[in-house]
Design a protein around this ligand. Structure first.
Ligand SMILES: [Zn+2]
Length: 182
């Protein structure tokens, strides 16, 4: 019995070491986002309920799942950052929930955005003129996604309509193509 335990614990230790030393891949990060999706959604809902500041009562909450860019499993960390939208008067510049949450992640040195959840009531896109069942990111945010390192065409976006719970899932690349028409 003792021998079995000794050999078993040695095997376990080697197994853990090989896992810790392994290189993290994009597929690992996407699996991490999927496994955390319920939590990320709850954070986005919390931001939608508690963190918005809009003079016209238009509320959007976003939570992003971001990692620190370390590719060794032992050093790789992911965190969730959330924010609500802000436009206090018609004259002030709007601060979208997505950009606020992403900037929070970047300033905390978690610049790699694996995925995000956006909660908000849909309004027609004033640039693409598309009407979508859930709220998609606006043109300024879509441009920001394209010009920001750490956000890729594969970054996942889940959008949720807060009353019905209807949701869509796509990548940043798919959302941009949908609204740009190519
Ligand atoms: Zn926006």
């Amino acid at each position: 019995m003792l021998n079995w335990m000794q050999s078993h614990s040695k095997f376990m230790a080697e197994d853990v070491r090989s896992i810790l030393g392994r290189t993290i891949t994009a597929a690992d990060h996407h699996a991490g986002f999927d496994s955390m999706l319920e939590f990320v959604t709850l954070q986005a809902l919390l931001a939608f309920r508690k963190d918005t500041n809009s003079y016209r009562g238009f509320r959007v909450g976003c939570a992003v799942y971001a990692h620190n860019g370390e590719n060794r499993r032992a050093d790789s960390h992911a965190r969730v950052f959330m924010a609500g939208n802000e436009k206090q008067t018609p004259e002030t510049i709007k601060l979208c929930a997505e950009r606020k949450a992403i900037l929070k992640a970047r300033s905390a040195r978690y610049p790699h955005i694996v995925g995000m959840v956006i909660v908000g009531e849909p309004q027609g896109d004033k640039d693409s003129l598309l009407v979508t069942p859930t709220l998609h990111s606006c043109l300024s945010c879509r441009n920001f996604f394209q010009s920001t390192s750490g956000i890729t065409a594969d970054t996942q976006i889940v959008t949720i309509e807060p009353k019905s719970g209807e949701h869509e899932r796509m990548t940043v690349g798919e959302m941009i193509r949908l609204h740009q028409g190519f």
